[in-house]
Design a protein around this ligand. Structure first.
Ligand code: 3PG
Length: 306
């Protein structure tokens, strides 16, 4: 019997685990659960006899793949797969997939939660500002970016987007103004919401120069990845410009340094963007179905490694 291991250091809601179990058991497979494992050694032990693995931000590197002798497929229940060593997976003959779009509304809603909190001065009792009429810049127009645009319309914001890969007409069809460069986006917008993946090109790309182009009172919202931020550059800028705010769902390595920017910085203690029952159900069950499809029909839709 095939063993499907759900290894989530940040567990899914129980209702999502129940749904995953139903899909797995209906296919005649066994479900194993490793939650809040903390130590990598526990993951190395648990993957030994797993045929398939469902993860979230859990790191699957060459060491994990070496330990997982029976593993055929890893599904990252979510969008970003920078936590999986794709080349090592390919070398081990393991298929890697993600579940694009399944948790994007949850992340987009959290971006607005952070945004409202920041423009209301972190609810400290002083007069803040409203989002209505402000220019919002969506940096990367993927699944999350599109949901951010949809919600921003309800807030009455003027919406701009920059995406190096998404054609302008696709963006503009949504009533969003497509700009030609990241520089233009930051120079135009009061609020910028980050939705770029962490890749070799994007790592450390958001820092002093780019954010420094934002108009007075600029707010940077990060529900993407901490690695895309040049922390030293952003900190230097925030020291020089007391008008700028940074709110993030991914605690910076230098949380202590950013915390000195009193009243202008907030980080969730743990990445919470996709942490809703709905997102857990959508992404978790999609992952389970993709595994069943892979084993029963050889379906490789959403495969991300070669
Ligand atoms: C994603 O890439 O899907 C999001 O960042 C959510 O990640 P999480 O599953 O670790 O919460």
């Amino acid at each position: 019997m095939k063993k499907i291991l759900v290894a989530t250091d940040k567990p899914f809601a129980k209702v999502a685990v129940d749904g995953i179990r139903d899909v797995v058991e209906a296919a005649g497979y066994e479900l194993a659960l490793l939650e809040k494992y903390g130590e990598k050694t526990k993951l190395l032990e648990a993957v030994k006899d797993a045929d398939a693995l469902i993860i979230r931000s859990d790191v699957v590197d060459a060491e994990v793949l070496d330990a997982a002798k029976q593993l055929k497929i890893v599904v990252r229940a979510g969008a970003g797969y920078d936590n999986v060593d794709l080349a090592a997976a390919t070398a081990h003959g393991v298929c890697v997939m993600n579940t694009p779009g399944q948790n994007s509304n949850a992340v987009a809603e959290l971006a607005f939660g952070l945004m409202v909190m920041a423009v209301r001065n972190f609810y400290n009792g002083t007069s803040g500002t409203e989002l209505k009429g402000k220019k919002l810049g969506i940096h990367a127009y993927g699944n999350v970016g599109r949901n951010v645009a949809r919600i921003a319309k309800g807030f009455g914001m003027e919406i701009y987007a920059y995406d190096a890969f998404c054609p302008k007409d696709v963006i503009e069809k949504d009533g969003v103004k497509a700009v030609g460069s990241a520089e233009e986006l930051y120079a135009t917008c009061h609020v910028v919401s980050l939705h770029i993946p962490a890749t070799a090109e994007t790592k450390n790309s958001i820092g002093y120069e780019l954010v420094g182009k934002m108009p007075k009172g600029g707010l940077l919202v990060n529900t993407a990845r901490k690695e895309v931020i040049d922390e030293a550059g952003l900190l230097k800028l925030m020291e020089e410009r007391a008008d700028l705010k940074y709110v993030t769902d991914i605690m910076p390595a230098d949380h202590a340094g950013f915390s000195k920017m009193e009243g202008r910085y907030f980080s969730t203690p743990k990445k919470m963007g996709a942490q809703t029952a709905e997102a857990n159900i959508n992404a978790g069950i999609a992952a389970a179905k993709q595994i069943v499809g892979y084993f029963t029909e050889g379906c490789e839709k959403f495969r991300v490694n070669s």
